[in-house]
Write a protein that binds this ligand. Sequence first.
Ligand SMILES: C[S@@+](CC[C@H](N)C(=O)[O-])C[C@H]1O[C@@H](n2cnc3c(N)ncnc32)[C@H](O)[C@@H]1O
Length: 168
Amino acid sequence: MHWRKFDKYKNAFNFIEENKPALIVEYGSGGSTLHLYNCLKELNYGGRLITYEDSEQYRNIMVDEFPYLADIIKIAPIEFVDRAKGKVKYVHDYEEIKDVGLVIIDGPDYRVHRTNKGYPSNLTTNLEDINNYLNKHVPYFIDGRSGCINYYNNLNYSNFIEQHWPVN
Ligand SMILES: C[S@@+](CC[C@H](N)C(=O)[O-])C[C@H]1O[C@@H](n2cnc3c(N)ncnc32)[C@H](O)[C@@H]1O
């Protein structure tokens, strides 16, 4: 599928075309990683992509099928920030992403990382860490994950790119 047809990321792609972020950081790999890769390749403005993935098994599936994603999908373990509240983060270095111009959150699989009481987790806190580290509001896009959207909305982060919900 051509990346422009990956409809649910339409607004993120529009943002990329208009703003040409130097680095896109994605949390949670999948079809989106492939489309983002192809988008950057086609636009050819020098933009880079890093995708953090906690599952080695899933990374292997992706890289076996698309070997050119090997340098893009990096393993980062998940750590609980607050297990009772279901807050998790990908553990990685922030210095290596200091030129990030767009954050995309679609991971981890919350059913894999459960609270003390056995409920799925519900929040990926890396955007908060990035904004604190860089002392600015980095534009962000969240795939689904209403808990995450509400959390960041309540922090009054500007630069939220709303998801496009295809009508059909
Ligand atoms: C919802 S997926 C990310 C999808 C991607 N952002 C997209 O829109 O195509 C979130 C996480 O679920 C896990 N996951 C997704 N599909 C999987 C599969 N078929 N097998 C194992 N893990 C999977 C991976 O760890 C992945 O990072």
